[in-house]
Design a protein around this ligand. Structure first.
Ligand code: 5GP
Length: 191
């Protein structure tokens, strides 16, 4: 049995970097989400996200292509079934980086493979530190305000996750993240 690791946390918590590092070490497939938000400089369609129009995204909802989808920061985001289930079926570990609404939809999902492989983890960051990080990465004032408001709402749901990783340094965060992943992988392998 493989691991489906669902990772949530405020934007700026470093969770995307943690997921990418685990993927780069060949330990899991990092599922690419679909979104209707605008592409940021340096992002690549089909690598960072599948960037869709609202019409295309809605059509995929109607065709039942999403495992979960939610509106976050005024845009739609969703995990495609094909990006997760096809890999789990081949025995590969999968990581998904999604918001708290998406995570609760995944927990409620009845797909047996998804249920059996599911592990969830919340990356938390102190609010003052989070504001600093968003500012340093160049987000504009309005975007920071919206993301901080969201962060507070997301933090209120961290108790729903099996694991909480309290962010400190990048190195320490990754070491903890990988340790949890490896422990869960060995538990699933014995199932
Ligand atoms: P960003 O726009 O900064 O890349 O991501 C904003 C938020 O959307 C993050 O909290 C991220 O976890 C969440 N997100 C990214 N992909 C998905 C997805 O497929 N589903 C859901 N529900 N949230 C997502």
């Amino acid at each position: 049995m493989s691991v489906l690791l669902v990772v949530s946390g405020a934007s700026g918590s470093g969770k995307t970097t943690l997921c990418r590092q685990l993927e780069q070490k060949g330990m899991a497939y990092y599922a690419i989400s679909a979104t209707t938000r605008a592409m940021r400089p340096g992002e690549v369609d089909g690598e960072d996200y599948f960037f869709l129009t609202v019409e295309d995204f809605t059509a995929k909802i109607e065709q039942g292509e999403f495992l979960e989808h939610a509106k976050v920061h005024n845009a739609y985001y969703g995990t495609l079934i094909a990006e997760v289930v096809n890999h789990l079926e081949k025995g590969r570990n999968v990581i998904i980086d999604i918001d708290v609404q998406g995570a609760s939809q995944i927990r409620a999902c009845e797909h047996p493979l998804v249920q059996a492989s599911l592990v969830d983890l919340f990356v938390s960051v102190e609010l003052e530190e989070l504001q600093k990080r968003l500012h340093n990465r160049g987000d504009d004032v309005n975007s920071i305000a919206l993301r901080m408001e969201n962060a507070q709402q997301e933090l209120a749901q961290k108790h729903l996750y099996q694991y909480e990783l309290v962010s400190s340094s990048k190195e320490q965060d990754y070491a903890t993240f990988e340790k949890i992943f490896l422990e869960e992988e060995s538990k699933k392998q014995t199932k």
